[in-house]
Design a protein around this ligand. Structure first.
Ligand code: CA
Length: 237
């Protein structure tokens, strides 16, 4: 097992290295973000432990660039205890886990073991459903090559539908996930948003489509595979 630790605080990096080496892991350390990015791109690691506050390129930048480059090594981000937003950002950018500082080595090792079990399957941080592409971190939405301006609420509604493709979601599901707990207005507000999304997104014939399921709710229907893809299964990886 090979682990990369990207951390500029020398004593933290040294303690983590020592702790992991006693478990039999091979450990490399990098002291800034660009060095970390280089190591992580050039070598196969089983897990990357990545600090956020780093010289040259911060941990968010390292994580984003690795995922954009198709490197899916599991990443644990080290966050500040008081910064919940950091944890959310880390996960949105494609990190797999986070640990707030200060942390104990015993806990870090347990998190590493859990990630190693999971392996480095591709886990894109953007959600792709047919021609629709949603980037939750950047709050950007694209249909084919066209970027679509959405309000924050509209974005949350389409994000929720895109996270549940080919599943019927009720108006109440949408309300529970998109509106805050205190909302006690008319659930039909969801209809208004779906109508606006259909207009703004103008989804192409090739799909997906936001369908109304009478009496139940809505479904983002995934387009069927194109005939070309079905004819040449050896082309799909
Ligand atoms: Ca640091």
């Amino acid at each position: 097992m090979r682990i990369l630790v990207v951390e500029d605080e020398k004593n933290v990096a040294a303690a983590v290295r020592k702790g992991l080496e006693t478990e039999g892991y091979a450990v490399d350390t990098a002291a800034d973000g660009s060095e970390g990015l280089w190591y992580a791109t050039e070598n196969p690691y089983d897990v990357i432990v990545l600090d956020i506050m780093l010289p040259k390129l911060d941990g968010f930048g390292v994580c984003r660039e690795l995922r954009n480059a198709g490197v899916w090594t599991p990443i644990i981000m080290l966050t500040a205890r008081t910064a919940e937003q950091d944890e959310a950002t880390a996960l949105d950018l494609g990190a797999d886990d986070y640990l707030s500082k200060p942390f104990s080595l015993v806990v870090l090792k347990a998190h590493i073991r859990a990630l190693v079990r999971r392996g480095s399957e591709p886990r894109p941080s953007s959600i792709e459903v047919g021609a629709l592409s949603i980037d939750p971190a950047a709050r950007k939405c694209r249909v084919s090559d066209r970027s679509v301006e959405l309000t924050s609420r509209e974005f949350s509604v389409i994000e929720f539908l895109a996270r549940n493709p080919d599943r019927v979601v009720s108006k109440l599901d949408v309300l529970d996930n998109v509106w805050d707990y205190n909302f006690d207005g008319d659930p039909n507000i969801v209809e208004v948003y779906v109508r606006r999304l259909r207009t703004k997104l103008a989804l192409p014939e090739s799909g997906p489509a936001i369908s109304t399921v009478r009496g139940s709710g809505y479904m983002l229907e995934v387009p069927a595979k194109s005939p070309a893809a079905l004819e040449n299964p050896e082309n799909s990886v």
